[in-house]
Design a protein around this ligand. Structure first.
Ligand SMILES: O=c1nc[nH]c2c1ncn2[C@H]1C[C@H](O)[C@@H](COP(=O)(O)OP(=O)(O)OP(=O)(O)O)O1
Ligand SMILES: [Mg+2]
Length: 217
C-alpha cells in the first residue's frame, strides 16, 4: 500500500476517496485512486461477501500496477429486508444505479411493509419515520503482490433507516442512515465526525494496527 508516501486505493467512488484522503492525510500520506490511472482492468464484484470483493479488487489492481493496493468493499444491511441490499448495495436499483435511485428504492421497499412492524412506528421530531434497524459494513483488504499476502479488517456501524433524506455530507445511503445516539443522520456529520464512528473508520483503525504488527515482525 505504501509506495513512497502514496497509497493506492482501488476505488472509483469519489466519496470513499475523500474519506481515505482525509484519514491518510493525517498520517502524512497521499491517496491516489483508480481515477488517477486510465488503463486499469475492470473488476467484477461477484463475491458473496464484502471481504471476498475487497480481496478481488485489491489483488486485481495490485497485480496490474505491480505494487501494494488497498481496496474497500462496503454496503448497507437492513434488518427488515433480511440483510439486503448487502453486497448488492451499489447496484440495488439496477443498471445505471445512482445513490439517489438506490435511496429512493430503499425507502419504497421499506415503506410498503413498515406499518406491520413495531420497530417502524417511531418518528423523529420533524415527522420522519424510522423504517428499520440497519448497519453499514466495510471490508478492507490490502494486497502486496511481492509477498502474495493480504492484510484485512472489517468495521460496522449500527443505525436506523429514515424515510426522508437529511444532510448533504458523505455519500451513498448516508442521508437515510439515522444515528440515534447522535441525533443526526450520517450525512449530517463532517468527514472527521463520520470517520470517528463509521464502519470505514473502524475498519481502517483495525487495518492500521494489523499493518504495524506486520511491519514490526
Ligand atoms: O459510508 C458509506 N455511506 C453511505 N453509503 C455507503 C457507505 N459505504 C458504502 N456505502 C454504499 C454505497 C454503495 O451503494 C455501496 C458500496 O459499494 P462498493 O462496491 O463497495 O463501492 P462502489 O462501487 O461505490 O466503489 P468501488 O467498488 O469502486 O470502491 O455501499
Ligand atoms: Mg463497487
Amino acid at each position: 500500500m505504501r509506495q513512497g508516501d502514496t497509497i493506492v486505493v482501488a476505488t472509483k467512488n469519489a466519496g470513499k476517496v475523500r474519506e481515505f484522503a482525509h484519514a491518510f492525510g493525517k498520517l502524512g500520506l497521499q491517496v491516489v485512486s483508480m481515477f488517477d490511472y486510465p488503463n486499469l482492468p475492470d473488476v467484477e464484484e461477484d463475491g458473496l461477501t464484502f471481504a471476498e470483493n475487497a480481496r478481488k479488487k485489491a489483488k486485481t489492481i495490485a497485480d496490474a500496477l505491480g505494487q501494494p493496493v488497498l481496496a474497500d468493499d462496503s454496503g448497507l444491511e437492513v434488518a427488515a429486508l433480511d440483510g439486503a441490499p448487502g453486497v448488492y448495495s451499489a447496484r440495488y436499483s439496477g443498471a445505471g444505479a445512482t445513490d439517489e435511485r438506490n435511496n429512493a428504492k430503499l425507502v419504497e421497499a421499506l415503506s410498503a411493509a413498515a406499518d406491520k412492524r413495531p420497530d417502524a412506528k417511531d418518528t423523529l421530531a420533524d415527522g420522519a419515520r424510522l423504517l428499520s434497524d440497519a448497519r453499514f459494513v466495510c471490508a478492507l483488504a490490502l494486497y502486496d503482490p511481492a509477498s502474495g499476502k493480504y492484510t484485512e479488517a472489517e468495521g460496522y456501524v449500527a443505525g436506523r433507516i429514515i424515510d426522508k433524506p437529511r444532510g448533504s455530507g458523505g455519500f451513498g445511503y448516508d442521508p437515510l442512515f439515522w444515528l440515534p445516539q447522535y441525533g443526526r443522520a450520517m450525512a449530517e456529520l463532517t468527514t472527521e465526525e463520520k470517520q470517528a464512528i463509521s464502519h470505514r473508520g473502524g475498519a481502517l483503525q483495525q487495518l492500521l494496527g494489523r499493518m504495524e504488527l506486520a511491519s514490526n515482525g
